[in-house]
Unconditional design. Structure first.
Length: 369
């Protein structure tokens, strides 16, 4: 073990100068390197006392009697300060600003509802008690749990938390519950396109036939569209796609024609295609109402803009597009996502599929022997 105090020296203008305050060198038996610490006092006895306290603290930490210093410091900070630090890291890792804002909003609300001010307030029991009486859907509470778990995992990874307090909280079983969104039927799609203003109808058509998300459509530029290629396609750059990969998607003739109808004669390759025309929910609801389409059905499923992506996935399934092709067109990493979340089973022709099976009958009058 190494544990002694000293005053640092350095040359200034050729003269050896000694520091006014003491420093210490410390190496515990289990440590592999010597650490130098500033003791910030000109009193040697006080410096020796502070260094011995630090050695005692490290020994307690090593034996599990005392939590590590970063954990103790984090425990004293307001939870919202730790959240701000986490969100700065999330943003620096390239996540979208809208995603960071969403995390900030929902986690702040969760902390307030669960009455979490500091890390010591966060317990699995307090979360479960809030969840039992909050009245939110299982999907919503699962999303909140996932966001909070990711935050506390980050704190654990930063050595500011010894263990995630929500690690063993079980997700709500949402089996048997209706999905949040539904897909438009082919008839509803036709009605929406015929009743919406032309500029928005083009947006809807592009979303339904490409599966591009709101952010991707908003950031699409004319240079990303290759309308005059032998097989027209859109090349959505990695900078705007959710998975941060280039997406090359073929375009149907109807989409090509619609896009040409809104392209300015002097369109620049760097000009945005839809230029703020991707509608918010309020505008979409008006267009749905004009088309005689209900926004929320009897099962509580709604038709927001992302439901157009569900419509794309369902159209692929209804028209018997091979699953491998559908997964690539939807740009999913897991086929289960394509089949379960983005396929509206209520629109599948299950009776027609069943009718394709061979006919098996029981003879009339047959009796058990």
């Amino acid at each position: 073990m190494i544990c002694h105090v000293f005053k640092q020296r350095r040359r200034i203008d050729g003269e050896l100068t000694e520091a006014a305050s003491w420093s210490g060198r410390l190496k515990m038996p289990w440590e592999t390197s010597v650490s130098t610490v500033a003791l910030n006092t000109p009193d040697k006895r006080l410096a020796l006392f502070k260094l011995s306290q630090l050695a005692e603290e490290r020994e307690k930490e090593h034996n599990g009697v005392l939590a590590p210093k970063p954990v103790r410091e984090a425990a004293e900070r307001p939870l919202l300060d730790l959240l701000s630090e986490y969100l700065q890291d999330v943003e620096s890792r390239g996540r979208a600003i809208t995603t960071v804002k969403k995390y900030r909003k929902i986690l702040r609300k969760l902390f307030a509802r669960c009455r979490w001010l500091k890390l010591q307030d966060v317990t699995a029991r307090s979360f479960c008690q809030w969840r039992n009486q909050c009245g939110l859907t299982g999907k919503t509470t699962n999303d909140l749990l996932a966001c909070a778990t990711t935050f506390f995992d980050w704190l654990e990874g930063q050595r500011m938390l010894t263990a995630n307090p929500l690690k063993y909280v079980k997700r709500t079983d949402t089996r048997g519950q209706a999905q949040f969104r539904r897909a438009l039927s082919q008839t509803e799609v036709a009605n929406l396109l015929s009743h919406a203003p032309h500029s928005r109808a083009v947006v809807y058509l592009a979303a339904i036939y490409t599966g591009l998300r709101r952010k991707e459509l908003n950031n699409l530029k004319w240079g990303d569209l290759h309308l005059d290629a032998p097989q027209p396609f859109v090349l959505a750059p990695a900078s705007i796609t959710k998975n941060k990969k280039d997406a090359r998607l073929p375009l149907r003739p109807e989409v090509v024609e619609a896009l040409r109808s809104i392209r300015p004669a002097d369109a620049s390759p760097f000009q945005f295609v839809f230029n703020g025309q991707v509608p918010r929910v309020k505008t979409l609801r008006k267009d749905l109402s004009r088309a005689g389409i209900i926004f929320i059905d009897e099962s509580g499923r709604r038709l927001d803009f992302h439901a157009l992506r569900n419509t794309f996935g369902t159209l692929l399934a209804v028209n018997h597009v091979p699953l491998t092709d559908a997964v690539h067109l939807m740009r999913h990493s897991d086929p289960k996502l394509t089949m379960k979340i983005y396929t509206d089973a209520s629109q599948l022709a299950l009776s027609d599929s069943l009718a394709k099976l061979p006919s098996l009958v029981v003879c009339v009058g047959q009796r058990a022997s």
